[in-house]
Design a protein around this ligand. Structure first.
Ligand code: G3H
Length: 551
């Protein structure tokens, strides 16, 4: 090592991808599993009807195996692959429901829409346990995190309702400026297509389509391949609370379904949360890209940067939570750590100890923090990143690093990393974290500035001059800078956004209500008394619903 730090790998930089200690964490037989959810019949919601796909369904595999049958994933249901034809039926249903803004839902007063949404939220809340169980079983979230995804979603819906009421309230008035009197109303854009990623399959879908619905749009929701089952218990609720065709839910191949829908040119807005390459592929197919509103939240490679005066224990605690929550499968996970050489030894050893103390196992066990990965290819990819980094001079610096058995992998800390390694720039989205050691603060500044991602950054230290220099340099590259705290999306009332491949659009209720609507003016000249009289006569009467309610 060139920085005077002698890093030794406690595992001799060896990988054990058949780790028997991890194998023992899986249930021995199916009988040892506390409670497998009843098999889910994965269905679709089109035009108010819960229907089957016209294509052959496939199994929904959980990330769990048993020690007796390590190559057989426990199946928790059937996944319906919506056909392209069904995607078109969904689009036609959404268009019929919207009817150029003359549909029942689009025309309904905000008050009435909010009442329907409140009843929906109450019903959804009653299903918290069922949905959380499916989240845990399908994507391997801990029981606690799975539950919090549902409760956070219910809270988000209620926040969005309040914000929507406030928006209508604020625009229920006449405005006058330079000889023009007008009223401005936020009206729906039309048909919205929303899709969510596997790590927040429920919550991140709702953060976009709920505001879209509240504004009077019709929506088509595409549930992700991993994380579709948590949507199934909600289909009957949508059918119960919203007019026919207002919301459709599809499962199946994103490329086929979403590609076909966007390719028609009849989708007015897309809310896509996923990878940059999928977003690029999808949007390339839009025949009229200039007419398509796009809200995108994508990849990230958030850095934690420790200044020379960082409090190591504060930084370690934040990094551990940022690295390990849902096994690092969050866009806001800490995916790169920069530590000043003066603190490197102390930091790496404390970080390694903390990470090594985390319990791997099954998510229904309350003490467990590291759980199986639901993406088939992820363990192989993590192994590839580690092997590549080891070959180029990094070490596995934690005792439990470099291990995996089928879907259960421990978290590996790699140090010191350099620009030749894949893990330096690729978003790992999983249990491996690189640590780079710097002597000149310009190194992490350059790394963040030149990255194609730009979500958040966590800075550790108290020196005002250095913090100021970092904030000034990095604020133009990321959407949020956290001081002595880990990165996170919440609280959900704040703008959640970023730059580059990380985001286009802002994910919170207020911004989303604006995004899925068009501020539409109805105006007259103030000196044209007759027209002003006619305009104001529309207000609050039964002749015109757009201007209804202004004072
Ligand atoms: O994966 C991306 C999420 O938006 C991160 O949200 O910070 O609340 O876990 P979170």
């Amino acid at each position: 090592m060139t920085l005077g730090i002698d890093l030794v790998s406690p595992v001799g930089d060896k990988l054990d991808w058949e780790c028997q200690e991890l194998k023992a964490k899986f249930p021995r037989t199916k009988e040892d599993i506390p409670k497998v959810p009843k098999p889910q019949e994965c269905l679709l919601l089109i035009d108010g009807e819960v229907v089957k796909s016209s294509q052959k369904p496939t199994n929904v595999q959980s990330p769990f195996v048993t020690q007796d049958h390590p190559d057989e994933h426990i199946v928790i249901g059937r996944f319906e692959m919506a056909s392209e034809q069904q995607a078109m039926q969904a689009l036609e249903a959404a268009e019929r429901a919207y009817m150029y803004g003359r549909g029942v839902w689009a025309k309904m007063s905000m008050d009435e829409r909010c009442k329907r949404m409140e009843s929906f939220a109450a019903d959804l809340e009653r299903k918290t346990d069922d949905i959380a169980e499916l989240l845990m079983w399908e994507i391997g979230k801990t029981a606690k995190d799975a539950r919090s995804e549902v409760t956070r979603t219910v809270t988000y819906i209620r926040t969005a309702i309040n914000e929507a009421k406030a928006l209508v309230e604020s625009e229920s008035r006449w405005q006058e400026e330079k000889g023009i009197v007008c009223q401005i109303r936020h009206l729906p854009v039309g048909v919205v297509l929303a899709s969510s990623p596997f790590n927040y399959p429920l919550n991140e879908a709702y953060t976009t389509f709920i505001p879209a619905l509240l504004m009077g749009n019709s929506v088509i929701v595409r549930a992700p391949r991993n994380g579709a089952t948590p949507h199934f218990p909600t289909l009957e609720l949508f059918a119960k609370h919203f007019p026919r065709g207002t919301i459709q839910v599809l499962t199946g191949s994103g490329r086929e379904i979403m590609g076909a829908l966007v390719g028609t040119g009849r989708i007015d807005a897309v809310a896509f949360i996923g990878t940059a390459s999928s977003a690029k592929g999808l949007l390339k197919g839009a025949p009229n890209p200039h007419r398509l509103r796009v809200m995108y939240e994508g990849e990230a490679k958030d850095a934690a940067i420790l200044l020379p005066d960082a409090d190591v224990s504060v930084a370690v605690d934040s990094c551990v939570s940022g690295m390990t929550s849902f096994n690092g499968q969050r866009c806001t996970a800490i995916k790169m750590i920069w530590v000043h050489q003066s603190q490197a030894e102390a930091f790496i050893s404390q970080l390694a100890n903390k990470i090594d103390s985390l319990v791997p196992g099954m998510p229904w066990d309350e003490s467990v923090k590291i759980t199986p990965l639901c993406e088939d290819t992820k363990p192989g990819y993590i192994r590839e990143l580690i092997t590549d980094a080891l070959a180029k001079g990094a070490h596995i610096v934690n005792r439990t690093g470099g291990r995996c058995y089928r879907t259960l992998c421990t978290l590996s800390i790699l140090a010191p990393v350099n620009k030749h390694m894949k893990v330096w720039s690729e978003e790992q989205f999983g249990p491996v974290t690189p640590v780079a050691i710097y002597s000149d603060l310009q190194e992490p500044i350059d790394w963040v500035s030149q990255s194609e991602y730009g979500l958040q950054c966590a800075l550790f230290g108290y020196d005002e001059a250095l913090l100021g220099r970092l904030v000034d340099a990095l604020a133009y590259h990321v959407g949020r800078i956290n001081i002595n705290a880990p990165d996170q999306r919440g609280p959900d009332v704040f703008p959640f956004t970023g730059r580059g491949n990380s985001a286009l659009g802002i994910l919170n209720a207020t911004e989303a209500l604006n995004f899925f609507s068009v501020p539409t003016m109805v105006a007259a000249k103030t000196d044209d008394e007759r027209s002003v009289g006619a305009l104001k006569a529309l207000n609050g009467g039964d002749k015109c619903s757009v201007l209804f309610g202004a004072n």
